[in-house]
Design a protein around this ligand. Structure first.
Ligand SMILES: [Zn+2]
Ligand SMILES: [Zn+2]
Length: 415
């Protein structure tokens, strides 16, 4: 395997470490295409497209559509005329195909008339690259073709990495595009910093809290609807949760549930691509900003109180909450301090409602400390049907500069 650098990375021998900052140069994106899988990415005129065959010998199919749905290899300066048969097969067989199918359906493009380009078809070496320049805007689809390998053969499909050097790059925080939903969402709401939004979730449904631009906190609270009907406020209690789960906060797996003071489980965490959150502190309060010299600053607790009034929930000066992506730490003197969040653009947590709930999520407006990397940005909340099949997983990276991968379900999981 080779990790030959195509784009030189800015190196810092010493100095302040900035968690969450992209390791690639400004304007360069990396989209790994899993072996046997596919990826669809929006392209703009002048963008430089580079494919790298990481392990070698991986035939790769490329298709490009312009906005009118016309497909021609010449639009990215390549030689076409191939039938993208591997791509058509991959869309049905590989899990990564779902997002490509939805991108094709949204734009109404048809693969039947596509002008296929074949890269790395003559026995490429590990680390070899192919480069194209887009002459117009459009949709690029890349497929690392190949299916399940015969037991006696040696041709398992392997990863291809797609790099895009944007001709007109956008700002570092605030320029990331909203990732596609994991499935058809029931609720799909955008929360701007300084807002809190409530939403209803039924037992079994999924809740995704997505940090669109990275390094932004989102405070979360959930109330049992059955308790509310009886006039009781039963919300997530971080102290009960810590006591029952034996950890600072639950993670996907065996100890994954958040509880109320009645020790009723309200939500379970199913996926977490970050793994660094806070359950010690309150959602930010008016007093916090006042103490630091900013009286009257918009804050998450007051926003939550205001929005929850519609559900007859009493005001609280400060709300206990699950502060997703908030990076707090305890030092040797037991002082609680904070730093910039670990979350990167598109990172998320996926929860499952264990009973009918009123939930609320915020996008924190704090711009006076590192909680949101000094620049508050938006949060996206999506809910999904209870029939969706989302596997439990945590995100991890082989190296700090590598792309996030999700852990896979093992054969022992359902035992
Ligand atoms: Zn907060
Ligand atoms: Zn806040």
């Amino acid at each position: 395997m080779t990790d030959q650098a195509i784009f030189l990375r800015p190196k810092e021998v010493s100095g302040v470490r900035k968690p969450g900052l992209p390791v690639l140069p400004f304007g360069v994106e990396r989209h790994p295409v899993p072996g046997g899988g596919s990826r669809a990415v929006a392209i703009f005129a002048g963008d430089e497209i580079t494919l790298q065959d990481v392990e070698g010998l991986q035939p790769t199919e490329v298709v490009f559509f312009n906005h009118e749905g016309k497909s021609d290899a010449v639009m990215i300066g390549a030689k076409g005329g191939r039938d993208p048969a591997g791509l058509k097969a991959s869309l049905l067989q590989h899990a990564s195909g779902r997002q490509v199918v939805s991108a094709l359906a949204r734009s109404g493009f048809d693969l039947a008339g596509a002008d296929g380009i074949l890269a790395f078809f003559e026995g490429s070496q590990a680390g070899e690259t192919e480069r194209y320049i887009a002459t117009c805007d459009g949709l690029l689809i890349v497929c690392a073709a190949g299916g399940a390998m015969d037991a006696h053969a040696q041709w398992a499909p392997t990863e291809v990495v797609l790099y895009i050097k944007r001709a007109n790059p956008v700002a570092l925080k605030g320029g990331a595009l909203l990732p596609d939903p994991l499935a058809d969402p029931l609720v799909d709401i955008n929360i701007q910093p300084g807002e809190a939004k409530p939403y209803l979730v039924k037992a079994g449904e999924f809740i995704q809290v997505l940090d669109v631009q990275g390094r932004e906190c989102s405070d979360f609270q959930a109330f049992s609807l059955r308790a509310l009907d009886k006039g009781l406020e039963r919300d997530i209690d971080p102290t009960t949760t810590r006591s029952l789960m034996g950890s600072l906060y639950p993670a996907p797996g065996l100890f994954a549930k958040y509880f109320s003071v009645d020790q009723e489980p309200l939500v379970e965490i199913i996926q977490d691509t970050v793994g660094r959150h806070d359950t010690f502190g309150l959602a930010c309060t008016a007093r916090y900003y006042e103490d630091l010299g900013y009286p009257g600053h918009v804050n998450c607790s007051d926003n939550m109180t205001r929005e929850l009034a519609a559900y007859n929930i009493h005001p609280r000066t400060g709300w206990p909450a699950i502060n997703f992506f908030f990076n707090t730490l305890l030092d040797d003197t037991h002082a609680i301090s904070m730093d910039e969040p670990y979350s990167r653009p598109g990172d998320y947590v996926l929860l499952r409602a264990l009973t009918d709930l009123v939930c609320i999520s915020t996008a924190c407006p704090c711009d006076i400390d590192p909680a949101n990397a000094w620049t508050p940005t938006d949060i996206q909340v999506r809910t999904y049907k209870k029939t969706e099949d989302f596997k439990r997983s945590i995100g991890w990276r082989k190296t700090p500069g590598a792309d996030m991968e999700e852990t896979k379900k093992t054969g022992f999981h359902d035992c």
